[in-house]
Design a binder for this molecule. Structure first.
Ligand code: UDP
Ligand code: MN
Length: 344
């Protein structure tokens, strides 16, 4: 508004000068001088007008940006308030450690997981990429996820990486990544933090009920896992009268001290911090990752059976079938892949 008033003011002033020029002409001043004055003032007015128009446009853009920024600050404030309310419940923080690696189904897996985790109060996702550098896909994904998270990466040494046609059990998976997360926790938290740590692989299926159960863990909580170890359910055997674990139903390598899947337990952060030298190892025998990490941290009599004395299944060791991309591979050979500039 002020700009416009000024513009009109300026134009009026220049129009006055033009009248003066015409008046001078009528008093015998040569015509070309009058014309020159006329053209000069017309140009001045025109260039002024252009300047004001562009300033007005810039102001409008600025105003829009301010409005947009204001909206995102509002959103942020709301998210923080939501989170703060949730964090006030006195429930432990649940740190879920998820190793993940690039493959066609990765974003789908992470989406499925994130959208489960969004329902969990006090949830803190530690995502560790098996990669030399953090990828743009995972970085953007986490940024937009709405979750509280820590994004780390650590690459699996080449000798321990599964070959294209290797069966899954041939090499340990997620070792470097889980260790990276343990290190980060040990470096960034102390035992005043009320928290539980869970190793949540990216291809399992998790019920929200599982995370509710975890809130009760003092040392180590255990529960059944569906569809693992060649069984419909692999589980600790729980004595309902004492609420103690008396054994396990595992059929595969039952001689392991803790014959359980990674998805079948969570540990209080205090234990992770106290047993600061407990790590996953590439030296472990196939299928011994779980038992070996647990042997370094707890004893069998410390196991706390959850999920209704280990009679309920709240997590499934589902494995996503690798995508069949026969046609895509043909297209790639022809230099015409289907996902140019499209993140899948
Ligand atoms: N993983 C990884 N790098 C690999 C293979 C697997 O980071 O080269 C991750 C994977 O994304 C998953 C975890 O390690 O979160 C366990 O792997 P997988 O699910 O293949 O193991 P399994 O189900 O056979 O125990
Ligand atoms: Mn898996």
């Amino acid at each position: 508004m002020t700009g416009r008033a000024f513009l009109i003011g300026g134009a009026t002033h220049k129009n006055t000068s033009m009248w003066a020029a015409l008046w001078a002409c009528s008093r015998g001043v040569p015509l070309f001088v009058v014309l020159w004055i006329f053209i000069f003032f017309t140009l001045v007015i025109y260039s002024d007008r252009l300047k004001w128009e562009s300033a007005e446009e810039k102001l409008e853009q600025l105003a829009n940006t301010v409005v947009e920024q204001g909206q995102s600050i509002d959103n942020l404030q709301m998210t923080l308030m939501d989170r703060a309310n949730i964090f006030n419940r006195n429930a432990p923080t649940i740190f879920a450690i998820t190793p993940t690696f690039a493959r066609p189904v990765q974003k789908a897996e992470l989406t499925r997981l994130a959208q489960t985790f969004l329902h969990i109060p006090n949830f803190y996702w530690i995502v560790v990429e098996d990669a030399i550098n953090k990828t743009e896909l995972v970085t953007n994904f986490l940024h937009e996820s709405g979750l509280i998270y820590k994004h780390l990466n650590d690459v699996t040494p080449r000798t321990f990486k599964l070959g294209k046609n290797d069966p899954n059990w041939k090499k340990p998976r997620g070792v470097a990544q889980r260790n990276k997360a343990l290190k980060w926790l040990r470096e960034n938290y102390n035992s005043s933090q009320n928290a539980v740590v869970y190793f949540a692989d990216d291809d399992n299926t998790y019920s929200l009920k599982l995370f509710k159960e975890m809130e009760r863990i003092k040392v180590i909580g255990v529960w059944p896992v569906g569809l693992v170890g060649g069984l419909m359910v692999e589980r600790p055997i729980c004595d309902a009268s004492t609420m103690k674990v008396t054994g396990f139903n595992a059929v595969w390598q039952p001689e392991r001290k803790f014959p359980m899947d990674m998805a079948g337990f969570a540990i209080n952060l205090r234990v992770i911090l106290e047993k600061k030298d407990a790590w996953f190892s590439y030296e472990s025998k196939n299928g011994y990752q779980e038992t070996e990490i647990l042997e370094q941290m707890v004893t069998r009599d410390q196991l706390e059976p959850l999920a209704d004395c280990c009679t309920k299944v709240y997590v499934w060791h589902t494995r996503t079938e690798p995508s069949h991309l026969k046609e895509e591979n043909l297209l790639i050979k022809k230099g015409r892949k289907s996902n140019v500039d499209i993140e899948v």
